[in-house]
Design a protein around this ligand. Structure first.
Ligand code: ATP
Length: 557
């Protein structure tokens, strides 16, 4: 019996082996007299494993990948696979990608995993070296000794999406004076480490030393600036911060640079000397005028301010926006603050919304010598009233004065042809309230908070320019393809015929009652503080994926 051939399901490794042995788990011998058992489909033996070892399979995917993000320090953890494949040697590999819009590429060497990115035996890893303002995905794959042996694909847990905000300060540093003369200074600095293609701009604030209250602010796309019209032989202080779609980083420490003394050495001769005298006299007059003005300004500043909080102090130095007065001719304001576009450069494609003044189209704009860009085109319907015409143009003049990554950018207007048009950058995901309702639960809290950071940044900019929005609500925030949120709707005038949902109350003016601060409802006092109240309501809208504020109540309640 012992030397007989083994039955199916049994094997004898060699003829010296006395007994037939049962095939180990997940293996089978199909013929009698087998000297080995082959693994069932989907099961394998590692090369080092003998015939007496059970066949095993790759593990299933890890489960419930979670993370916590503090600043740019990320901790990832997950639950082990529900099926270890019959083995005890499960390890994990973490894959990192950085994403811009929908395209992702593997993370660069600067991203460091502790203890490592692969061969992990514990279901957790710490990740360092992530960049601020950058989106990442992390996928976790489980392996064991037979992973990759068969044609079966590796099973990876669904990737988690991590949006790193501006918790890590993005500072600019290493200022270099590249050029100077008696009236100008050119300075460059080191840009923050920014490998992503997200837009960064720089805000430069400068003032004459000792004259901090009289500062000027410039916004730039490149990490350098040339300050012109400066006083000769005068020290200037300059501070710079970077602004990304999620908001500004901290200001750099003040940098001091001095203009050169006036250049007098090259001139000679009686006539030239008299010219110099003339010029000096003119400069003297000019300086006298400047000193007089500065004294006046100082006197003005010495007067007690009705509000001395840091918030309002900041407002003093930023250029307030110019609002049209009811008696102003808006076409003049339009000339001053917007660019009239040739209608032949504009192509209207399809209707994307219905605004207060008429239809809103998606279209394109091709300016001479520039690439075609996608734009949104707000039109003024042909049956417009005087007040609609006035408000339409007013919105354009207001928008045209702003320049911030979280404010919808005005490309230009068409006022010389009918229909009149306001042309703005195109925001692929449309209005934030609808977008969130259509994508309920699809975004992580980190992504939602990033959206709010963007809105807060845009609103800070508006308040710094003395602009009170009065109608901050998710419906008036537009969203780009990369989820960047931008404040829009600078119209303020509300014609209620389209207000089917009763968003706006009419009594004594039009008020979006659920978004408006109590003092603004009761006394019509609208300030940046009441905009902050509205921002609180927007936070609620965003975190609830577009629910109606005070949903169960009437406006009256
Ligand atoms: P409302 O009274 O509804 O605020 P409005 O005249 O201010 O009207 P908008 O709200 O600006 O008009 O535009 C109406 C709709 O058109 C928006 O809800 C949005 O869906 C779409 N839209 C407007 N501007 C843009 C844009 N720049 N990019 C993409 N979609 C836009």
């Amino acid at each position: 019996m012992d030397s007989e051939a083994c039955q199916r399901g049994f094997y004898r490794h060699s003829l010296e082996t006395k007994h037939c042995l049962k095939c180990p788990p997940n293996s089978l011998s199909n013929e009698s007299g087998a000297t080995s058992c082959s693994c069932n489909a989907g099961f394998y033996r590692a090369p080092s494993e003998g015939q007496n070892i059970a066949c095993t399979r790759p593990p299933s995917a890890p489960r419930n990948v979670s993370f916590s993000l503090i600043g740019t320090q990320l901790s990832l953890w997950w639950q082990p696979p529900s099926d270890h494949g019959g083995r005890k040697d499960v390890t994990y590999t973490v894959f990192c990608h950085r994403c811009h819009f929908l395209s992702c590429e593997p993370c660069e060497a600067g991203v460091v995993f502790s203890p490592s990115a692969s061969g992990l035996t514990k279901p957790a890893v710490d990740v360092d070296g992530l960049e601020a303002y950058t989106n990442y995905t992390f996928a976790v794959e489980a392996h064991n000794g037979v992973s990759g042996m068969g044609p079966a694909p590796q099973r990876t847990a669904p990737a988690v999406w991590v949006a790193v905000g501006h918790a890590a300060p993005v500072t600019v540093s290493q200022f270099i004076l590249t050029q100077r003369d008696d009236s100008s200074l050119s300075v460059s600095w080191l840009a923050p480490r920014q490998r992503s293609r997200t837009s960064v701009e720089y805000e430069v604030m400068f003032f004459e030393k000792g004259e901090e209250a009289r500062y000027t602010v410039k916004h730039l796309l490149e990490p350098n600036v040339t300050l012109t019209d400066l006083q000769p032989d005068t020290a200037y202080l300059l501070r710079v911060r970077s602004i990304t779609p999620l908001g500004p980083g901290p200001y750099s420490p003040d940098q001091e640079f001095r203009t050169l003394p006036p250049d007098t050495g090259a001139l000679s001769g009686g006539v030239i000397v008299s010219i110099i005298f003339g010029v000096l006299l003119f400069i003297g007059l000019l300086m006298g005028l400047l000193i007089f003005r500065r004294k006046q300004a100082r006197r003005r500043q010495a007067r007690p301010d009705y509000n001395t909080s840091g918030f309002d102090r900041e407002k003093v130095w930023l250029k307030p926006y110019v609002d049209l007065q009811p008696y102003d001719d808006p076409s003049r304001g339009v000339l001053e603050f917007t660019k009239e576009l040739d209608v032949s450069c504009v192509t209207m494609e399809n209707v994307i919304g219905e605004g207060e003044f008429g239809e809103v189209y998606r279209g394109s704009l091709r300016l001479p010598g520039k690439e075609r860009i996608v734009v949104a085109i707000k039109t003024l319907k042909s049956t417009y009233s005087d007040s609609q015409w006035w408000n339409f143009l007013r919105e354009a003049t207001i928008m045209g004065q702003f320049n911030h990554p979280n404010i919808v950018r005005l490309e230009g207007v068409v006022t010389k042809r009918r229909p009149m048009m306001i042309i703005t950058e195109y925001m692929e995901n449309g209005a934030l309230d609808t977008f969130l309702r259509e994508n309920e639960e699809k975004f992580s809290p980190v992504q939602l908070v990033s959206m709010l950071q963007g809105i807060a940044s845009g609103m800070t900019y508006l308040s710094e320019h003395n602009y009170v929005h009065r109608d901050l609500a998710a419906r008036n925030i537009l969203v780009t393809r990369s989820l960047q949120c931008k404040v829009s709707d600078f119209g303020l005038s509300r014609i209620l015929e389209n207000d089917a949902e009763g968003t706006y109350e009419t009594k004594g003016g039009k008020i979006p009652i659920r978004w408006t601060a109590p003092e603004a409802i009761a006394h019509r006092i609208f300030t940046s503080a009441s905009d902050v109240w509205s921002f609180g309501i927007v936070m609620w809208e965003v975190l609830s994926f577009g629910d109606k504020p005070y949903g169960g109540m009437t406006n009256q309640e």
